[in-house]
Design a protein around this ligand. Structure first.
Ligand SMILES: Cc1cc2nc3c(=O)[nH]c(=O)nc-3n(C[C@H](O)[C@H](O)[C@H](O)COP(=O)(O)OP(=O)(O)OC[C@H]3O[C@@H](n4cnc5c(N)ncnc54)[C@H](O)[C@@H]3O)c2cc1C
Ligand SMILES: Cc1cc2nc3c(=O)[nH]c(=O)nc-3n(C[C@H](O)[C@H](O)[C@H](O)COP(=O)(O)O)c2cc1C
Length: 759
């Protein structure tokens, strides 16, 4: 097989090595435009967990690389003149030039033809090759030439950074946080050989512009960095190597292979350097691609497809972590004011891969210092006005579509009753609709008749008497998303002809082509709805609920006023955010006025519509300030469901960054919700200060006693077990071990997935 490899970075070289090992008959021509010693930058860092794959793939290169590794276990965070250390991490680093030298020598020894100083011909001129590998980095020419097939997306991020080196050898991975009058500048630094450390200087583009760094030469930028970080550098110098101020670009491609051309490493995907994964990913790609040829022989199309199928989920998961990490650094200005230890914990857990429990295993004393309370963070109480919640777990609102004429029945008693016995601090109802046409489906529960109040009172009384939890009523109106079928008959599907009711909204714009066009509301309609909300709030009060939540999310009536996607009014209830928020705020004012001043009100919002031109996170921050000014005590931060055109970026705790932003920028307490499924996630979110409460929905369908079980698994005694269940309250013997095993699995996900797939 004849293979053309474009690019002699770690990915292209490692592939050449492995292909020559697996297929000694293959002819490999590698084009590298630079000289062999031409490496940009300084060191590359690998975490301990990532090295196993390379050890198995080619022990010869691994042992040479490992011999030269600089190893350390601590991460030091230097913030406001104090160093905070977290131990037990386990990193290795090597100079990029040294790594490339080892790979080059091994590739040559195995018979690959490496052509340095040689610009690669475009793919159209490599017709002789059976396989063309685009390993030509983030600005890949191979990808550009075949952009129609690969469908790349390039996301230029908002920080500027410069990759520098210093002859000061640090003893740990270091973060130096410098606060200037124009914003925060951070340095990421680590040693990579006996005489050098990498020193990457990074800041938000805004800060970079205000500091005037764009006008400085590289030499002057280096001098400026030396001065800013003089204490960190203890007088030592910084040096440049092809360095310049750049914006990180996250590269993604819809496809990585087409015909006989395949992308690998940074050409296919990039992951921000703050999680140190770029080189590892490129080299793992090489392992996967080479192994695919072992299975598929000369069948290039099948081998490249198998490679992409194996690597894509792993890469996307890493890119999600990298995205969370780069966004954290983009927003670092929000966190520098945090108390020192919480800031350090927040920084360490920024990618959502390192968690509270994981840090506890690595360095118990660090976590004990961050959270000295003997109760796990999730079991610390939280106060909202006169209501003290016994812990931070909320049973998130979940429509059961099981009411009859709006009346919740036995199903609701058993469903909410079971969750009330399950240990959570706050149990929320499903959206309780304020009128019959305000229901989403005929099965939705309501609060618009006196029998509804009685039915809810029965449920709330049970929860208070037996569960000891607080209860919250979520009230709302379906608006243009009403008159649809029960969830299991088709979400958002209109009812069969003849049984529909007319729907209303801010503008005559249907949710989707299948749904009814709503009637645009008049001021008189608004008065009617306002009165209905007030009636429902009074009903919730009479029924005994402790907290009132207004549903302003998910495209229902109040949400559809907030979103420019559904609100195109040209009166004072449309236009700017202030106009779009006017009616929802009137509803909040009216409900707040009848809800006791000592009791809390929360508002659920969709922090983003996930479509261009829709409601966005900046709007959510501004709206949250308005909500707080109108008496809202906590914002329950969900997202989306406003338009079927949305493109949400699902993933672990994917909405938590919105709760985090609102909490830190608007200064309003928040509830985080969405794909939070482990107690470890909850502890991490609370301990880092990303939200005040965590709401879990589907996990509570799986396990009504989720909180009790979380306590048992953490060997923490809570007094939420009802006496009837006490005999079953002992921790299942395997509990903690299982969670630890799960954690370890998460962290070794990449290695396990790769080796499983190969086995
Ligand atoms: C500031 C910074 C810090 C980083 N820190 C780390 C870290 O700590 N750990 C880590 O793992 N990764 C790190 N990375 C990422 C890492 O450098 C890349 O992810 C990794 O090098 C990708 O390897 P690659 O082989 O895919 O591409 P590259 O290393 O970019 O190699 C591509 C090669 O192709 C050559 N080339 C391009 N076009 C052509 C052409 N037309 N003809 C011939 N040759 C061509 C280039 O000269 C280059 O040598 C960092 C990156 C940056 C920018
Ligand atoms: C069956 C079901 C019904 C839901 N009904 C509501 C609802 O009535 N009101 C609401 O605000 N959210 C509702 N949600 C959304 C959840 O409250 C929650 O925001 C979402 O499921 C994400 O959390 P999770 O990942 O923990 O499930 C519902 C979710 C599910 C699964």
């Amino acid at each position: 097989m004849r293979i053309a490899v474009v690019g002699g970075g770690p990915g292209g070289l490692y592939l050449s090595i492995l292909m020559r090992k697996i297929r000694p008959d293959s002819e490999i021509t590698l084009y590298e435009r630079g000289a062999p010693t031409d490496a940009f930058g300084f060191g590359v860092v690998f975490s301990d967990e990532t090295l196993t794959v390379f050890e198995h793939a080619d022990p010869e290169t691994y042992s040479q690389i490992a011999e030269r590794f600089t190893r350390w276990t601590d991460i030091d965070i230097h913030h406001r003149g104090v160093r905070t250390t977290s131990g037990g991490h386990g990193f290795s680093a090597i100079g990029r030039r040294e790594l490339l030298r080892i790979l080059q020598e091994r590739a040559v020894a195995l018979g690959a033809d490496l052509r340095f100083g040689c610009e690669a011909p475009p793919p159209s001129e490599l017709g002789w090759a059976d396989l063309i590998v685009g390993a030509d980095g983030a600005s890949s020419a191979v990808r550009t030439a075949l952009a129609r097939d690969f469908l790349p997306s390039l996301d230029r991020r908002h920080c500027r950074y410069m990759w520098l080196g210093t002859d000061l050898v640090f003893e740990a991975f270091k973060f130096f946080i410098a606060e200037t009058e124009h914003g925060v500048v951070q340095a990421h630094a680590y040693p990579y050989d006996d005489g050098m450390s990498t020193f990457i200087v990074e800041m938000h583009e805004r800060t970079w512009k205000r500091l005037g760094l764009g006008e400085l030469s590289v030499a002057d930028s280096v001098a400026w960095s030396c001065e800013l970080f003089a204490d960190a550098l203890t007088g030592r110098r910084l040096s440049a190597n092809k360095s310049r101020w750049i914006n990180f670009v996250t590269v993604r491609n819809r496809r990585w292979c087409t015909d006989n051309v395949v992308l690998l490493g940074d050409a296919a995907h990039t992951a921000h350097f703050s999680i140190g994964s770029g080189t590892k990913l490129a080299m793992e790609d090489a392992v996967s691609l080479a192994w695919a040829f072992r299975s598929f022989g000369d069948d290039v199309v099948s081998a490249t497809a198998a490679y992409e199928a194996e690597r894509r989920p792993i890469v996307e998961s890493t890119q999600r972590a990298a995205q969370a990490s780069l966004e954290w650094f983009e927003g670092i200005g929000r966190y520098v004011g945090q108390q020192r230890l919480q800031f350090a914990f927040n920084l360490l857990t920024r990618s959502r891969r390192v968690t509270y429990e994981n840090l506890r295993l690595r360095d118990p004393s660090f976590v004990a210092a961050v959270h000295p309370d003997p109760r796990p963070p999730m079991f610390t109480p939280f106060r909202l006005r006169g209501l003290e919640l016994r812990n931070r777990v909320v049973v998130s609102p979940m429509d059961m579509y099981s009411a009859v004429d709006g009346t919740p029945g036995d199903f609701h008693l058993v469903h909410l009753g079971a969750r009330a016995l399950g240990g959570a601090g706050l149990v929320m109802t499903e959206m309780i609709c304020v009128s019959d046409i305000g229901r989403i489906t005929p099965g939705c529960a309501g609060m618009y008749r006196s029998e509804h109040v009685d039915a809810w009172r029965r449920i709330v009384s049970f929860a208070h008497q037996h569960g000891g939890c607080a209860t919250g009523a979520q009230i709302g109106h379906s608006g243009r998303k009403g008159s649809t079928r029960l969830m299991w008959e088709g979400m958002d599907e209109p009812l069969p002809a003849g049984s529909n009711w007319g729907v209303i909204g801010p503008s005559a714009i249907a949710y989707s082509q299948r749904n009814q066009v709503p009637r645009a509301m008049t001021r008189a309609d608004m008065d009617v709805v306002l009165d209905q909300f007030v009636w429902a709030a009074r009903g919730a009060l009479e029924a005994g609920f402790d907290l009132l939540e207004l549903h302003m999310a998910h495209g229902y009536l109040l949400s559809s006023f907030l979103s420019p996607v559904s609100n195109r009014r040209d009166d004072e209830y449309g236009g700017s955010l202030a106009g779009r928020a006017r009616f929802p705020l009137e509803v909040l004012d009216a409900c707040r006025a009848v809800w006791p001043s000592d009791w809390p009100v929360s508002v659920r919002i969709s922090a983003t519509d996930w479509v261009p031109g829709g409601f966005g996170v900046d709007d959510a921050v501004a709206l949250s300030r308005m909500l707080a000014a109108h008496g809202c005590d906590i914002v329950d931060v969900s997202s989306g469901q406003v338009t079927p055109l949305e493109k949400p970026a699902f993933g672990r705790s994917y909405q938590t960054p919105f709760a985090d932003r609102i909490r830190s920028e608007a200064g309003v307490p928040t509830v985080a919700v969405g794909a939070i499924s482990s107690y470890d996630d909850v502890n991490t979110i609370i301990c880092a200060g990303r939200a005040d409460l965590c709401a879990l929905a589907r996990p509570h369908l799986y396990d009504p006693a989720w909180t009790l079980h979380a306590a048992a698994e953490q060997e923490f005694d809570i007094d939420a077990w009802v006496p009837q269940y006490q005999p079953g309250s002992r921790k299942p013997p395997a509990g903690r071990d299982r969670v630890r095993a799960e954690l370890e699995r998460t962290f070794e996900e990449v290695e396990l997935l790769s080796s499983d797939a190969r086995a």
